[in-house]
Design a protein around this ligand. Structure first.
Ligand SMILES: Cc1ncc(COP(=O)(O)O)c(C=O)c1O
Length: 473
């Protein structure tokens, strides 16, 4: 684009898809523009959303079955969330001031702690999951006077893309692409013996300050086992490290219980990271809630008061939004509804696997977080992938499954107006079936009827060949 321009609000509202592509290409991310615009939903502009539906400028009503990648637990523009925000605005409440008390942040920290075991008491508020993870690393490290050196993480983990959180994510920061935080050691996912041997090894070299665990991984849709959890807590008793549970994705009823760790008996972490649904789909807020004793060990001295703050923590409207989200989530009927929806999803997933056993390889997941791994049943795709140089794709079989899932996602959109997503983790090759918690039985029926139809018909390969050609280049 040659002509530089400063857009006014009316012009922005009127932007068409081509102009948006051009702006993305020029000012955001050229390759993202290529990839997204090769998919059918990348060629439309969405200008309204409500509940589980999104509306395009060309008049389509789309069923959003993505759950907003964890953010839209309560759907788009939940009326109670909107009301809380509008009231806040109408009354011109104080949004930000770092040197006065905020009643909203005070109440939010109280309410979070109220929903959790007693020891989890002190909250920090931040703006993204990765920031919560980084704050968790800091508080655990700082809580030892005689410093310990190591943090352990699973080899199949995902904790974010900042330097610290990326360093403890099994799926990122490979091959020296970025600097890494020192003394991060990975153990084999869900393998208590490997964890123990890594802890013993690290203990001889300076000690372990923390083990970070996703009780359920939203990227791989795998849960750690009861045995692993038992072992983790026994090892903690023996070696005295801090346990961080990363529930950035799984928090707030994604796995039937309000918090995923409640699926394991008496397994309370020292630090819990939360985000996504906490923001009610409207605010980018994250939190870590820290065991009171550990907080005191880390930050109790007066000269440590501001060792972990950020400019944007605990903004008024963000906090009010999170308070409204917690209100909805802790209503009496909410749990019952989520359990029913989770059960219905499970039944339908089982059924689709049985009906299409030639095309469905595996059903994964739990609660509202599920996925379908498809067999790469389209020989045309196999032929195309074979032409891509080996170095570009490490695991062709998994890549083919991912591409097959992408093809099915494209068809669901084109034929049935359903938006679905594929996780970008190198460990996942499934179609995500993880709608918002507010999805109805009818929405679920419609999704599976549509998926059944797609699996009964031939796939349209046009859009996928664009991605494959891009990868080849
Ligand atoms: C378990 C987990 N931790 C951390 C993060 C990072 O959160 P954010 O993308 O807000 O930085 C994510 C994001 O998906 C996540 O799923």
């Amino acid at each position: 684009m040659n002509d530089r321009k400063f857009y006014k609000m009316e012009e922005i509202e009127a932007l068409g898809v081509e102009e948006v592509h051009n702006l993305y290409k020029e000012y955001i991310n050229p390759n993202q523009t290529k990839i997204f615009s090769s998919l059918p939903f990348g060629n439309e502009i969405f200008n309204k959303a409500e509940g589980v539906y999104m509306f395009t400028t060309n008049g389509k009503k789309i069923l959003d079955f993505t759950g907003g990648l964890g953010v839209l637990g309560l759907g788009h523009n939940h009326p109670e969330i909107l009301k809380a925000r509008l009231d806040f605005q109408k009354n011109k409440r104080v949004e930000v001031h770092k040197i006065i008390f905020s009643k909203y942040m005070a109440a939010l920290s109280n309410n979070l702690s109220y929903l959790l075991p007693h020891n989890l008491k002190k909250s920090f508020f931040l703006n993204s999951g990765a920031e919560a993870v980084e704050a968790a690393i800091k508080v655990c490290f700082k809580s030892y006077t005689k410093k310990r050196k190591f943090i352990l993480h699973s080899d199949r983990s995902y904790h974010g893309k900042l330097i610290g959180s990326g360093s403890i994510s099994g799926s990122y920061f490979k091959e020296n692409q970025f600097p890494v935080m020192e003394n991060c050691v990975s153990y084999n996912f869900n393998d208590g013996s490997d964890l123990e041997s890594k802890i013993i090894d690290c203990n001889n070299k300076g000690g372990v300050y923390s083990v970070i665990v996703e009780p359920f991984s939203a990227s791989t849709l795998e849960s750690v086992s009861n045995n692993f959890m038992d072992k983790l807590f026994k090892l903690k008793d023996k070696y005295g490290f801090r346990i961080i549970f990363d529930e950035v994705f799984t928090g707030f009823y994604k796995s039937e219980k309000m918090f995923c760790f409640q699926n394991f008996e008496n397994k309370c972490p020292d630090v819990l990271c939360l985000s996504k649904t906490l923001g009610g789909g409207k605010s980018s807020i994250s939190s870590l809630i820290v065991d009171d004793d550990i907080y005191k060990k880390a930050y109790n001295k007066i000269n440590e008061t501001f060792l972990h703050t950020t400019t944007y923590n605990g903004f008024g409207e963000e906090s009010v939004t999170a308070l409204a989200a917690l209100n909805i989530i802790s209503e009496k009927n909410f749990e019952k509804k989520v359990i029913n929806v989770s059960k219905l999803l499970k039944d339908k997933l089982k059924k689709i696997k049985k009906t299409h056993s030639d095309k469905v390889e595996e059903i994964k997941g739990n609660g509202i977080l599920n996925g379908i791994v498809f067999k790469s049943y389209m020989s045309e795709l196999g032929n195309l992938v074979e032409k891509i140089p080996i170095s570009a794709i490490k695991d062709k079989s998994s890549f083919l499954k991912k591409i097959t899932a992408t093809a099915i996602s494209a068809e669901l959109y084109e034929k049935h107006n359903i938006l679905t997503s594929i996780n970008d983790s190198s460990f996942s090759d499934h179609l995500c079936v993880s709608p918002s918690l507010v999805v109805s039985d009818e929405n679920i029926e419609f999704f599976f009827k549509s998926l059944d139809d797609v699996l009964n018909s031939n796939l349209n390969l046009k859009s996928l060949s664009v991605i494959l050609n891009f990868l080849k280049s």
